[in-house]
Design a protein. Structure first.
Length: 114
């Protein structure tokens, strides 16, 4: 069964850092651009960053310069390094394909507060 398992969330103060991980089934990971998404309470899920099979990246404007997406194809894992976190970054973070989403995982919660 295809699965996405996110981890690495937690509670940090503004300005802090977290590194999120997402382990995906190899059958999906190996052939797809992967993305990190987030959903804050009462808001739509939004794309934060994406990375192609060859490592080309794209970021939402509001995370450029602060977040870095990467992938390890051998481990079928995609990462999101988040630095200089702001309270508005607080959300549940998910990974999925960049398009034609598969079943969402449970996500990992990020809390940013003093």
């Amino acid at each position: 069964q295809v699965q996405l398992v996110e981890s690495g969330g937690g509670s940090v103060q503004p300005g802090g850092s977290l590194r999120l991980s997402c382990a995906a089934s190899r059958s999906i990971f190996s052939f797809n651009t992967m993305g990190w998404y987030r959903q804050a309470p009462g808001k739509e899920r939004e794309l934060v960053a994406s990375i192609t099979i060859t490592g080309s990246t794209d970021y939402a404007d509001y995370v450029k310069g602060r977040f870095t997406i990467s992938r390890d194809n051998a481990l079928s894992t995609v990462y999101l390094q988040m630095n200089s976190l702001k309270p508005e970054d607080a959300a549940v973070y998910y990974c999925n394909k960049r398009s034609y989403w598969i079943t969402w995982g449970q996500g990992t919660q990020v809390i940013v507060s003093p």
